[in-house]
Design a protein around this ligand. Structure first.
Ligand code: TYM
Length: 298
């Protein structure tokens, strides 16, 4: 990636519960790497969190917990701007203007709204429906050029680009908003649930065993990886044989990313091993990455 002097990074994380391995590998590791390369702005997006009802006291605790998580992961307030979204009223103000730019048809295509609202769409908050416009406002308020996110936010980023483009066209100023570029980790864009390899690892999953929290202890990590769903086949030697084995693929992907090796090389190394042996090694590499973050967070 070539960096220009006026490049700006912006990203946000919702304060909706403890941060997990998916947040870290998919997004926050990138936040930390970028803060020494470009002007970087990272936001705890509390206005996004209230699109679903939250008890005020719980929200306050979660904002502090997420901010502490930012620092424990390695964000440094001397290198990045770190703040809470609702403390800057410009986010809501620009969001209103962008609500008048975005088209209803564009909103209707957002898959995350469909997933979150589920079958009870009529009862979802209007905020949840227009949430992607607030996300576009977060980014465009700072004229950010680069947005590190996990793969699940890609569609929202495309929408932010469409909104920026339409605004520039409508007001005849082709350079007013830059079109923000998503920065998505190549090798681990989406960390999947440990209970179901077809679902992403998420703060809102009912099962604690579906995710590794950034504040999990060594024992918890070992227990969760031991219980992680796999299948009865041994580890194959090539990518083709991993097809239709989403849980196996997810664990091997996490291992490869954390050991800085290509998935193909991990497969060569692990070929023929059963999952119980591999899981011990996986637990060790997760522990050596996550536990130092958890200790800083305490
Ligand atoms: P949020 O709070 O759900 O997640 C924060 C970041 O973590 C990434 N992520 C994952 N990456 C890989 N695998 C996973 N299982 C996984 N789960 C979460 C997300 O992609 C995200 O990058 N709408 C955003 C927050 C937001 C934002 C913004 C982001 C609000 N305004 C402006 C960028 C720019 C969200 O709900 O992320």
């Amino acid at each position: 990636m070539s960096i220009k002097h006026n490049d700006i990074v912006f990203s946000g994380v919702q304060p909706t519960g403890s941060l997990h391995l998916g947040n870290y590998l998919g997004a926050m590791k990138n936040f930390v790497d970028l803060q020494t390369k470009m002007t970087s702005i990272y936001c705890v997006v509390d206005l996004h969190a209230i699109t679903v009802f939250k008890k005020p006291s719980e929200l306050r605790d979660n904002i502090l917990e997420t901010t502490a998580g930012f620092l424990a992961c390695g964000l440094d307030f001397k290198k990045s701007i770190i703040f809470n979204q609702s403390s800057v009223s410009g986010h809501s103000e620009l969001a209103w203007i962008l609500n008048c730019i975005a088209r209803v048809g564009w909103m209707n295509r957002m898959t995350q709204f469909k997933e979150k609202a589920g079958s009870n769409k009529e009862n979802a908050s209007v905020g949840l429906y227009i949430y992607p416009n607030l996300m576009a406002a977060d980014i465009l308020l700072y004229k950010a050029t680069h947005v590190p996110v996990g793969d699940d936010q890609k569609q929202h980023l495309e929408l932010a680009r469409d909104i920026a483009q339409k605004f520039n066209n409508d007001f005849n100023n082709s350079n007013f908003f830059p079109l923000p570029e998503p920065l998505i980790q190549k090798n681990i864009s989406r960390v999947m649930s440990l209970r179901d390899g077809k679902k992403k690892m998420s703060k809102s999953d009912d099962s604690e065993y579906s995710r590794i929290g950034l504040d999990d202890s060594e024992d918890e990590i070992k227990k969760k990886i031991k219980k992680a769903k796999t299948d009865s086949l041994p580890i194959p030697g090539n990518l083709l044989d991993l097809k239709n084995r989403p849980e196996a693929l997810n664990l091997l992907n996490i291992y490869s990313f954390l050991t800085n090796s290509k998935l193909e090389n991990t497969l060569k190394l692990m070929e023929g091993k059963d999952f119980s042996k591999f899981k011990n090694e996986l637990s060790d590499v997760i522990i050596s990455t996550i536990c130092p973050i958890g200790k800083k967070n305490k």
